[in-house]
Design a protein around this ligand. Structure first.
Ligand code: NAP
Length: 421
């Protein structure tokens, strides 16, 4: 897999995240030197966390000597790095892939999300100003489009009307959540700052990323996984109620178990067939990223999206089949109909994802496809086979709780701020 060893060094932020860790592995496999910027958390150093991820990603030991891990927090000026480390970094980094982000939609985390996504980017660019770094790859999101309807272009969205995001409340007329607003603002900050310091800027806008389309393996269990996990939880809860506790609670909600083990779970999922959810697998994201990085105009915006939204009715059918259920069905329109107790529980659980599950936005792909089509990079269809592979993996690792049990290399402790592995 490994290409020729390259002298070029890539700085990757968010190296401990879902997409960032895959990109670290990918760049190492290409023979590049990588500096991964990461935080220590939950009693583990940044290096320990990276080693665990590289094990999970099955990165061969011989590639890891080209990886340096730098412990830094982008919420603080210049990542909290000391002057010598900064000078060293500035002298060796040729390009930067910025994946670090706070991806929470929670209203209560507004300031934190803005601080990481906007001020964190400013802090990174302060670090890189005056360095040899010539290109910034900004991992943004297709959802900077916010509440726009219809076709969303591969251009920077208009900036007008967005004041100082650190002072302003969420602009609910334009955005569903603070995440969208902060990512929108970050694109503008990157454009202005890169123009001033003479750095190329490529903006990548993926839609919703799920696991590997062939193996189903994933490091993240949000978005697509969230509503399916709720259904799986209800299945376990009410099957147990019926089998062990007489089934009174299940009966009150119209839930029953057939002799062949099929559970009837009456949930009407809101979402019509005119819309749906835009899903891309992580393997497609990685191939698309690489093709755009290698061949596209360094100054451009690219949607990395699925040409076809998956309808809620399809996900509902897949979920019924995979978990041996009846009763789950999609309800086109119907927002005004009374909801049963189980539906209210479900609705509350998936509320934050409503805008993404019933998405009528269409993401223009002209620019991305001009790069991806000639090299044969195509988004795989979201079929039952793909869904089943993803959900089998998710259930096997208990939706992330047992994620690390399939990695074998013991993690070695390191007290150093800068480490390599
Ligand atoms: N996954 C998707 O479906 C999707 C879709 C569209 C766009 N995106 C974009 O893709 C990028 C990566 O997303 P992801 O799914 O990989 O997210 P993720 O798994 O939540 O990873 C986010 C990364 O950012 C790091 N980070 C957060 N705050 C930081 C700080 N103050 N200083 C340094 N690092 C910090 C996190 O570090 P810790 O591990 O220490 O928390 C983590 O490594 C984001 O820009 C996101 O907006 C993702």
């Amino acid at each position: 897999m490994m290409g020729r060893e390259s002298k070029e060094t890539t700085l990757i932020t968010g190296g401990t995240g879902f997409l960032g860790s895959h990109l670290v592995a990918r760049f190492l496999a290409e023979g590049r030197r990588v500096v991964a910027l990461a935080r220590n958390r939950e009693g583990m150093s940044a290096a320990q966390r990276m080693v665990r991820l590289l094990d999970w990603l099955k990165v061969p030991q011989n590639l890891r000597r080209r990886l340096e891990i730098l412990e830094a927090d982008l919420e603080v000026p210049r990542g909290g790095l000391d002057p010598d480390t900064i000078m060293d970094l500035q002298n060796k980094v040729d390009e930067c892939v910025h994946c670090a982000s706070d991806t929470s939609f929670a209203v209560g985390k507004r300031e934190q999300v803005q601080r990481v996504n906007v001020q964190g980017l400013e802090n990174l660019l302060d670090l890189l100003a005056g360095s040899r770094c010539r290109r910034l790859h900004l991992i943004s999101t297709a959802y900077v489009a916010g509440k726009q309807v219809g076709k969303c272009s591969e251009d920077l969205p208009p900036e007008d009307g967005i004041g100082d995001v650190f002072k302003d409340a969420l602009d609910t007329t334009r955005f569903h959540n603070v995440y969208e607003q902060s990512k929108h603002r970050a694109e503008h900050v990157a454009m202005q700052r890169c123009a001033v310091i003479g750095m190329g800027l490529t903006i990548y806008r993926p839609s919703i990323v799920y696991g590997d389309s062939r193996t189903g393996r994933t490091l993240a269990f949000n978005a697509l996984y969230h509503p399916v996990r709720a259904v799986h939880y209800f299945r376990k809860l009410y099957t147990e109620d019926i089998l062990r506790h007489g089934g009174r609670k299940a009966g009150a909600l119209g839930i029953h178990l057939d002799a062949d083990g099929t559970l009837h779970l009456p949930i009407r999922v809101l979402g019509g067939d005119g819309c749906g959810v835009n899903l891309i697998p992580v393997d497609f994201f990685l191939r698309a990223f690489q093709a755009i990085r290698d061949t596209a105009d360094p100054n451009g915006v690219y949607h990395i999206v699925n040409p076809r939204n998956t309808f809620i009715s399809e996900i509902v059918t897949f979920t019924n089949r995979f978990f041996q259920l009846t009763g789950l069905r999609s309800l086109p329109g119907g927002e005004d109909l009374p909801r049963n107790g189980l539906e209210l529980l479900f609705d509350r659980h998936v509320q934050a994802y409503g805008a993404y599950m019933r998405d009528a936005r269409v993401f223009d792909r002209t620019r991305a496809e001009a790069v991806l089509n000639p090299v044969g990079v195509v988004c795989p269809a979201f079929t039952y086979k793909v869904f089943a592979a993803c959900m089998r993996f998710a259930v096997d690792v208990d939706w992330g709780r047992r994620l690390w049990s399939d990695t074998t290399t013991p993690v070695t402790a390191s007290k150093q701020k800068t480490s390599s592995c």
